[in-house]
Design a protein around this ligand. Structure first.
Ligand code: HAM
Length: 432
């Protein structure tokens, strides 16, 4: 029979990989909590219109990469390609916001983009996403970048570069767009890639960060947006930079950094890691004042970022692994049921570990205990079963082992947990 395979660009996360994701999420939850962020869980499916309106019709994400399909009544739905749009919709519908208030939300979970799968790029991928709504101050932008850096450092990432740019606002961007269009008018457009030939008309800023080498070369003398932004945008950007300087965050100014989503205004940033290639961002974000208003909500400013969890997982050197406390080895058929109940008692008292469902040789069971990384092996063979004993063997030390009466075991654990058993296993504490 033909085996059913997973969908291209979608991955299964087996426990070792899933543990990395859980680790990343739990560190983000803890660290973002220090900055006052609360978790917001939004649906995976939204009306297609939400993404078209917020991310922009002319973006690659909306134009080419969305998983869109009609529901049973013919309404177009899309699997979320990013979290920001859904967070905005939720905020407008249920955020209960009053002017003057600031809301901070973080979201984690799968996102979907129909991209060409490659290392660090999937069609179903996961993001950790954070948004601050209601603050137009540059302090919010800086705080977010600092929070992101704190998180990335905490999980052990080094060799990170922060790229920073300002994209201007509704007032000054049209002027820059004109300057750019005038510059493109003097170019041989045929030399641009197919996408950029279209972007020159629809979204000229996007030409600036096209990754096709020919396009970069052709547009290397293009005007810089930083020379065209208005006084308010310049002041905002200067404060963000001054705050990053004060916090000793190194960054590179990249006037060509545009980001692939249309909702950005003013601050835009990306974080790349030397370890997975400078073209591949591990995180990106920026300010999006006006987005909430354009979706029918109040005029609320916003700023946020998202990290790609697959890319972070690739860079994790060591995810703290959880070592089980015990492995309960059963060597005698008669002890099997009793051991399952004993293991249950240990787990109820907070210890973690596994128990064999069927008897096996001491050698094979100790091999299993070793493989699992258990701190100690508990062994019940025929002799132990007959005498009502359990052999405690400290897996850390070669000869540290001792017999303990079975009925005392749970009482010892109840009083002082795993340590009671580990100290019981020390050889100098009398042999049974
Ligand atoms: P983005 O730059 O499109 O921004 O995505 C953020 C991060 O998600 C990227 O830097 C990358 O690490 C990861 N990512 C994106 N696409 C893929 C993929 N196909 N496979 C693996 N990882 C991927 C946003 O999504 C914005 N919503 C961020 C934001 C939040 N801006 C403001 N608030």
């Amino acid at each position: 029979m033909m085996k059913i395979q997973k969908i291209k660009g979608f991955a299964d996360l087996f426990p070792e990989e899933a543990a990395k994701f859980t680790f990343l999420e739990s560190r983000a939850r803890e660290i973002f909590g220090r900055y006052g962020f609360g978790e917001l869980r939004t649906p995976l499916l939204e009306h297609t219109e939400l993404f078209a309106k917020s991310i922009g019709e002319d973006t690659d994400v909306v134009g080419k990469e969305m998983f869109t399909f009609p529901d049973r009544k013919g309404r177009l739905l899309t699997l979320r390609p990013e979290a920001t749009a859904g967070v905005m919709r939720a905020f407008i519908e249920g955020g209960d916001w009053q002017p003057g208030q600031v809301r901070k939300y973080f979201t984690t979970g799968p996102m979907f983009r129909y991209e060409r799968p490659q290392k660090g790029r999937q069609r179903q991928f996961h993001q950790i996403n954070a948004e601050i709504l209601g603050a137009n101050e540059p302090q919010a932008d800086a705080e977010l970048i600092l929070m992101l850096r704190t998180f990335l450092t905490d999980i052990g990432l080094t060799r990170l570069s922060v790229e920073l740019n300002t994209l201007g606002c509704r007032e000054c961007r049209p002027m820059f767009r004109q300057a750019l269009t005038a510059f493109f008018a003097g170019l041989d457009r045929e030399k641009l890639c197919e996408d950029c030939r279209r972007r020159v008309e629809t979204n000229p800023l996007r030409v600036l960060d096209c990754k096709v080498p020919g396009c970069g070369e052709l547009t290397k003398d293009a005007p810089h947006i930083t020379d065209h932004v208005c006084g308010h945008c310049r002041e905002h950007f200067d404060t963000v930079k001054a705050l990053l300087d004060a916090a000793r965050v190194a960054y590179t100014l990249n006037p060509r950094l545009v980001r692939g989503l249309d909702y950005y205004q003013r601050t835009a940033f990306e974080i790349t890691s030397g370890e997975i290639g400078s073209q591949t961002a591990v995180a990106g974000g920026g300010r999006y004042d006006g987005l909430v208003g354009s979706l029918g909500g109040p005029d609320v400013p916003g700023v946020g970022f998202a990290c790609g969890m697959e890319r972070l997982a690739m860079l994790l050197e060591h995810c703290p692994e959880s070592r089980p406390d015990f492995h309960l080895a059963v060597l005698d058929e008669r002890a099997v049921n009793q051991c399952l109940i004993l293991a249950q008692g240990l787990r109820e008292r907070g210890l973690s570990g596994e128990v064999a469902y069927a008897p096996g040789s001491l050698k094979s069971q100790l091999r299993r205990a070793n493989k699992s990384g258990a701190r100690m092996a508990l062994v019940v063979g025929g002799e132990e079963f007959d005498k009502g004993l359990v052999l405690i063997k400290d897996m850390g030390g070669a000869a540290d082992q001792r017999h303990v009466p079975r009925e005392r075991l749970l009482a010892m654990v109840a009083v002082s947990g795993l340590e009671a058993l580990l100290s019981a296993a020390l050889p100098e504490r009398t042999e049974e």
